[in-house]
Ligand binder design. Structure first.
Ligand code: MG
Ligand code: ZN
Length: 538
């Protein structure tokens, strides 16, 4: 057992503590009286958030000249809760993808790569959300990606492959989580909306308020929004609607695909012109709806675009994603303050990109005399450039994500898609200016379709690193972003291993009553800590 009964605690401690425990029990409305004080479980997943990504935020908070956060939520978790380490690999492979990883930490079962809610033998893997639901608890899913994307999907669907997002949407509706807030409406709209001027398009445009692109990925005429409405969901499509929603079942879909990326989110600020709710607003709303259930609740919140920024090797956007996710954790920590009936677990599915700062032989430091009694005025001159902390300010100052930079570039008339214009867009929106030659290299490499063997035009001389390791850049035209990151590396000291995932173990933070969080210390596999949570819920 991971938790002691009230009786054990009382007999083992002073009377004063007993009183405290009784008070806690009184506060836990609807406590089952079976000894478990935990009514609510909240899991928060930073997708792609390895130790390096947490470290980036930590460095920013400590060393930026004017950080927007006083402290990171991870620091708060580590100080007030416990820290463990989580191994993430799936069945018989070294590297995990988000679907298999989420399946594992949602169900406690070992999964195969790219599966959603199935164990490695192909059996249905019941998730902790489904366990909580069976116990009468309210359940919710929040993500800033798409509701049908791998991480939320693994809690409420069982499919052979993560790409089956139309099927996942229908299944998630069947599972019927009480609160579902995210992006990705394109998998919930009937295919008929793709026809300009069709009645169904007009109807759904009116329903959604005209702020979301009406394009469907579905291959059928199912209108899952209408089905959700019939099932009793309060629908919302923008920030105002979500704030005004009073239902105890809420489905909110706020974008066609992913929601605002970290930089767009920062740039949008809190102004009325921001149509989408923020991750913190969705998290706060989910808590306020779910906390009304007398049996308690289960909630999963995902900061899902840390991974996307890292796939792009876009360190500035990744920093903004980390700030966004830290803010959402702070909302939960504030809500949990003075409660003793809630377990919060914060972790990641894997690290993305093999991110890190590295030292270089570029721009070597000048020697300087040191007065200390070891140096006595002799020159201090390290051999390498170990990276200036001022880089953290420059990363934060980025105004457009790499996705945004290339979509702006691609939206130019084809005759205007020149190295000069790429340089202009990059240099207007980032603090790491590129030369015309570098802009040319980014674009030339793109034209050369690097992954076609023997195409011949991507010479080892032009891009030796990518050439040797091109098999580890799997996302086609996304390579432009990786090469952009690579050409500014000498200025930023930021290096990346690939455009995909690494196998590094990730942090595992837990907060709640000590007797519950003790189980999260040590080196655990994703399935281990999932099973600890399932034991608490069950
Ligand atoms: Mg994810
Ligand atoms: Zn990923």
């Amino acid at each position: 057992m991971m938790y002691k009964s009230l009786l054990t605690v009382c007999t083992a401690t002073l009377l004063a503590s007993c009183t405290t425990m009784e008070e806690v029990k009184d506060k836990a409305v609807g406590s089952s009286g079976d000894g478990s004080k935990i009514r609510n479980v909240i899991v928060m997943i930073g997708d792609g958030m390895g130790p390096q990504q947490v470290g980036l935020l930590d460095s920013y908070v400590r060393y930026a000249s004017d950080p927007v956060l006083d402290s990171s939520a991870f620091d708060r978790m580590a100080t007030e809760g416990v820290v463990g380490i989580s191994r993430t690999e799936s069945n018989k492979v070294l590297v995990v993808d988000s679907a298999a990883s989420a399946t594992q930490f949602a169900s406690g079962k070992l999964a195969g790569s790219e599966m959603i809610g199935a164990d490695y033998e192909g059996n249905r893997a019941v998730s902790m959300l489904e366990v909580a639901q069976a116990k009468g608890k309210a359940v919710g899913l929040v993500s800033d990606t798409r509701l049908t994307h791998a991480t939320p999907a693994a809690y409420a669907a069982h499919q052979q492959h993560r790409s089956l997002e139309n099927e996942i949407a229908a299944e998630m509706l069947d599972t019927g989580a009480d609160v579902m807030l995210s992006g990705g409406i394109r998998h919930w709209l009937p295919q008929g909306v793709n026809e300009e001027g069709s009645a169904v398009r007009q109807e759904l445009e009116a329903l959604t308020g005209g702020t979301i692109s009406m394009s469907s990925k579905r291959k059928d005429d199912r209108n899952l929004l209408a089905e959700a409405s019939e099932a009793g969901y309060d629908l919302s499509f923008n920030r105002t609607d979500l704030a005004a929603s009073t239902g105890d079942r809420v489905l909110g879909l706020y974008s066609s695909s992913g929601m605002l990326d970290g930089i767009a989110h920062t740039q949008a600020g809190n102004g009325a012109e921001r149509v989408q709710p923020s991750l913190t607003e969705m998290t706060a709303k989910a808590l306020s709806v779910l906390e009304d259930d007398e049996d308690g609740f289960f909630l999963m919140v995902e900061g899902g675009q840390i991974d996307w920024a890292a796939h792009n090797n876009d360190a500035g956007t990744m920093l903004h994603e980390m700030i966004k996710f830290s803010d959402a954790i702070d909302v939960v920590l504030d809500w949990m303050k003075d409660r003793d009936d809630t377990l919060l677990v914060v972790s990641a599915d894997h690290e993305t990109g093999g991110f890190g700062f590295a030292y270089s032989r570029n721009d070597l430091p000048e020697g300087q005399p040191l007065d200390g009694d070891v140096f006595h005025g002799e020159q201090y001159k390290p051999n390498w450039n170990f990276g200036n902390v001022e880089t953290l300010d420059r990363l934060y100052e980025q105004k457009l994500s790499y996705d945004g930079i290339f979509s702006q570039f691609d939206s130019l008339d084809e005759s205007q898609q020149t190295p000069e214009n790429l340089r202009m867009i990059v240099n207007t929106n980032t603090e790491f200016p590129i030369t015309l030659a570098q802009a040319r290299r980014v674009l030339e490499t793109e034209l050369n379709v690097y992954y076609v063997p023997d195409h011949g035009t991507l010479s080892a001389e032009r891009f030796p690193l990518m050439h040797e390791r091109k098999a580890f850049y799997v996302y086609g035209s996304g390579i432009r972003k990786n090469i952009l990151a690579s050409v500014v590396a000498e200025q930023s000291n930021v290096v990346w291993a690939s455009d995909n995932h690494s196998s590094t173990p990730v942090y595992l933070f837990a907060m709640g009553p000590d007797e519950t969080t003790d189980a999260f210390k040590g080196i655990l596999h994703t399935t281990d800590w999932a099973n600890e949570i399932i034991a608490v819920l069950d």
